[in-house]
Design a protein around this ligand. Sequence first.
Ligand SMILES: Cc1cc2nc3c(=O)[nH]c(=O)nc-3n(C[C@H](O)[C@H](O)[C@H](O)COP(=O)(O)OP(=O)(O)OC[C@H]3O[C@@H](n4cnc5c(N)ncnc54)[C@H](O)[C@@H]3O)c2cc1C
Length: 401
Amino acid sequence: MLTEIMDLNLTPQELAFRDELRAWLKANVPADWEARRTEDEMLERFAFLRAWQKKVYDAGWAGVAWPKEYGGRGATLMEQVIFTEEMARSAAPPLANVLGLSLIGPTIIGFGTDAQKKRFLPNILSADEIWCQGFSEPNAGSDLAGLRTEARRDGNDWIINGQKVWTSYGWAADWCALLTRSDPESAKHKGLTYILVDMKSAGVEVRPLKQLTGETEFCELFFHNVRVPVENTLGKENEGWSVAIGTLAHERATLGAGMQITFKRQFDRLVELSRTVMRNGKPACEDPVIRQKLAQSYLEIEIMGLNQKRAISRASQSGVPGPEGSILKIFWSELNQRFQQVACEILGPYAQLTKGNGHAIDDGQWSYSYLRSRGNTIEAGTSEIQRNIVGHFVLGLPKSY
Ligand SMILES: Cc1cc2nc3c(=O)[nH]c(=O)nc-3n(C[C@H](O)[C@H](O)[C@H](O)COP(=O)(O)OP(=O)(O)OC[C@H]3O[C@@H](n4cnc5c(N)ncnc54)[C@H](O)[C@@H]3O)c2cc1C
């Protein structure tokens, strides 16, 4: 049970860190970012985000809580959280290497050899090497351990064959954290191996998938007899499940980081819009039902902030993300869907206008956010799976499978 007492006050050291970072962001957040955010060209936008991450890294702000010897800042988890919050508060562009920074780098820190840490971590921080996560397959999503992509040993190499799907950033990635089946005879959760695969290896094929928003944020990956040196195994051969669980815990804990501040910014903007957008001949904010819904969204965004602080407080004590990651994941993903629905109700037909339409409010940001929020309750584990985790690991109920 989650009974620890939280200390929510920033220490003098944390306040100094926040103020220094705030000043740096004020001086360095690119002025043309808002305009670039609405550019259509995904590759160009990504090159811009990569250059931004390099700048953040060169100034010593990337990998705040990562060890200094691998290019990080060696600061506390709380300072990492302050970094994420300040980035969102200043509306800074996101860092390009999202999965490398939040899931795969921390997994390499936890399970990698010293040589792997030296080889991979600094390039994750500088965005010189972008990462993707090759876990899900057409028949293995929630039931991840049912995956079938095969890794077969051939001397000092693995030979990989199979297919992954929904691979975010597959189109941009230099490296893939790939979960494979290396021993088909073992029980489901055994016989898996976690392998770091160079995406430029012969036999790797990437096919983009178009999603609801019109973007091709994720891809299908195909592996045709791809050779990977055995030294790229992360953790032990046939013990990849525990490494993968490490990645998933980081994913649940970090994916929503910074979102609360983003939601707050969006909420403030929505309140402003509700004063001017007309509904039944009056400003929307005068409609009693709309006011109720705005107040409810406000409460939920505040509660999300408190949930986050509890998770951080606990992780600071234990050093690893706990099951609160699932509470957070359920809460922010479902909150966002409710909030975007309220925005649509307030904006009425305007909410359906997309980027580039001259009449769209905020250049179609609201229709994009509504459509993108649908994936929130699926990515990083569906709401049902997160509830299973809470039921078993937080409440101590028997497993559902
Ligand atoms: C935007 C986005 C980005 C993604 N990025 C990546 C990525 O980079 N890398 C990657 O590997 N994957 C990625 N995914 C895939 C994601 O992890 C899977 O879609 C997710 O785990 C669900 O798997 P599935 O799609 O196979 O659905 P299924 O597992 O087939 O689930 C179908 C439905 O059944 C329910 N269900 C399944 N099992 C249970 C159970 N035991 N109890 C109760 N209900 C259950 C689910 O909740 C869901 O509603 C991404 C997905 C999205 C939407």
